[in-house]
Design a protein around this ligand. Structure first.
Ligand code: ACO
Length: 442
């Protein structure tokens, strides 16, 4: 065995075992300790997977200390500057950037798959008008599995590719339909003559009397560019909670549409994709710049549940490169839309105040991708409860890329973590007549 190993010593027995250190193409070495239980009779305890690599992946690389994010090796800044979202989705799914013909064919396929079955459209009628759009998205994307199950062969690469393209194509249609249902407006069908982002905006905002985008009424291309940029920045982020959920569900061989619905559910929480909605609600709660010190104090108080939403990240401990790009885009979008948004001024003041505070400096808490994304969505007239849905549209590219990568492996083990059991030891059954009333301790 090479000296690139990690030795683990069981101090009670004195037994030592060497584990190989696996080398990635970038980043920290990873000790392969899969045989630990067989070797030493114990497991590792790592709730939240703080120090555990759950898979090998070639898709995305993050260096949290240096603020680096690469998709298939390309820096996020370069992709954000030069690409359209579907080009990045193609890159994530296939490993290389497409040439012009490949991109045209890919765009055509995605547009072609954007329409949803009329019966699926009727599912929306079952939701209350005030259902949260994320609730509708989870339900309707999960329902795709009822439409595409019998003809799906997850062992066949071509069938998998079609499934991935279908999810990318249909996600904006389902997302826009969720919004239209919540405001009581008729569903707008997807159009093949529009780009991915234009088509989404058209499905969101067209009126029965007028298309949102047509020859007479054309949206400022810079706003489409801003949406395209947000989608690229949210497209993937290696083994985050929602992607790991898709992988975990996928590891059982489950229907991929259902796996992606599980990913959407994981994304919804405020600690993950729900943060963009939570940031705007938080800014509204803070109200004005004078209140910033009071809320910073609340965020630092461990007895107060208030946290600074859009701040902190499990991986980035220096800066989130996506937040830097988004902050710049915020200025541009607000200028183009002639929006004087006091919440942006408030967000800037909050960031400035927090970044000078010892608590945030010591804990390395910086604005993350979601601190400013909501300000841009708001300027594009996207309602606040649709913000996480926007994230889900973009992250679909990452979810399907990871699902495809996992399915290409010859033997993917089912994801099955172990646990540290802390419940009662073995005890004998007591008949109901002999039991003492149960009082739950708080
Ligand atoms: N406000 C105040 N204190 C914070 C914050 C915050 N936003 N984030 C972390 N801390 C504190 C914690 O209380 C903890 O303090 P302690 O060490 O004294 O106990 C310390 O910083 C470390 O925080 P953890 O929660 O242990 O860090 P973790 O890596 O587990 O969590 C997370 C990261 C979930 C993003 C967290 O920073 C958070 O809740 N942020 C706010 C929600 C948010 O913006 N989520 C979006 C993340 S990006 C994304 O998913 C797209």
């Amino acid at each position: 065995m090479s000296n690139e190993t990690l030795t683990v010593r069981h101090n009670a027995t004195g037994k030592e075992v060497e584990y190989p250190l696996l080398k990635g193409s970038l980043g920290a070495d990873t000790a392969d300790m899969r045989s630990l239980n067989k070797d030493l009779g114990c497991f590792t305890y790592d709730p939240g997977f703080i120090a555990t690599a759950s898979c090998k992946s070639k898709i995305t690389y993050i260096d949290g200390d240096k603020g680096i994010l690469l998709y298939r090796g390309y820096p996020i800044e370069q992709l954000a500057e030069n690409c359209e979202f579907t080009e990045v989705a193609y890159l994530l799914m296939n490993g290389e950037l497409p040439d012009q013909t490949q991109l045209r064919d890919f765009n055509e396929e995605i547009s072609d798959r954007a329409t949803i079955h009329e019966s699926l459209r009727k599912f929306f009628d079952g939701f209350h008008y005030d259902a949260h759009p994320m609730a509708m998205l989870v339900g309707v994307v999960g329902s795709l599995s009822a439409f595409y199950h019998s003809d799906l062969n997850i062992k066949d690469p071509d069938s998998r590719r079609i499934c991935a393209a279908r999810l990318l194509g249909k996600m904006p249609t389902i997302a826009a339909a969720s919004y239209r249902h919540s405001v009581g407006r008729p569903f707008v069908y997807p159009r093949m003559d529009l780009s991915y982002c234009e088509n989404f905006l058209n499905m969101m905002f067209s009126r029965s009397s007028q298309n949102y985008i047509d020859q007479n009424h054309y949206i400022d291309p810079n706003l489409v560019k801003a949406l395209n940029l947000l989608f690229i920045l949210h497209a993937d982020h290696e083994q985050n909670a929602s992607t790991s959920t898709v992988r975990m569900a996928g590891s059982t061989g489950a229907n991929p549409y259902a796996c992606v619905a599980a990913g959407i559910a994981a994304l919804w929480g405020p600690a993950h994709g729900g943060a963009n909605e939570a940031v705007l609600n938080m800014l509204a709660q803070i109200g004005s710049v004078e209140n910033v010190p009071k809320y910073i104090a609340k965020a630092k108080d461990h007895n107060d549940p208030f946290r600074l939403m859009g701040f902190g990240h499990r991986v980035y401990k220096n800066f989130d490169p996506r937040a830097t790009i988004i902050r710049k885009t915020c200025y541009e979008v607000l200028e183009r839309t002639h929006t004087n948004d006091p919440l942006f001024e408030l967000a800037l003041a909050l960031e400035e105040f927090a970044l000078k505070d010892d608590y945030f400096i010591e804990k390395k808490l910086y604005p993350n991708v979601d601190f400013y994304s909501g300000i841009i969505y708001k300027a594009l007239h996207i309602p606040v409860d649709m913000f996480t849905v926007m994230f889900a549209i973009a992250r679909t590219a990452g979810w399907v890329a990871h699902w495809l990568e996992m399915m290409e492996e010859t033997a993917t083990p089912i994801s099955r973590p172990r646990q540290l059991y802390v419940g009662p030891p073995r005890r004998d059954f007591v008949a109901i007549v002999d039991r003492q009333p149960f009082v739950k301790s708080i």
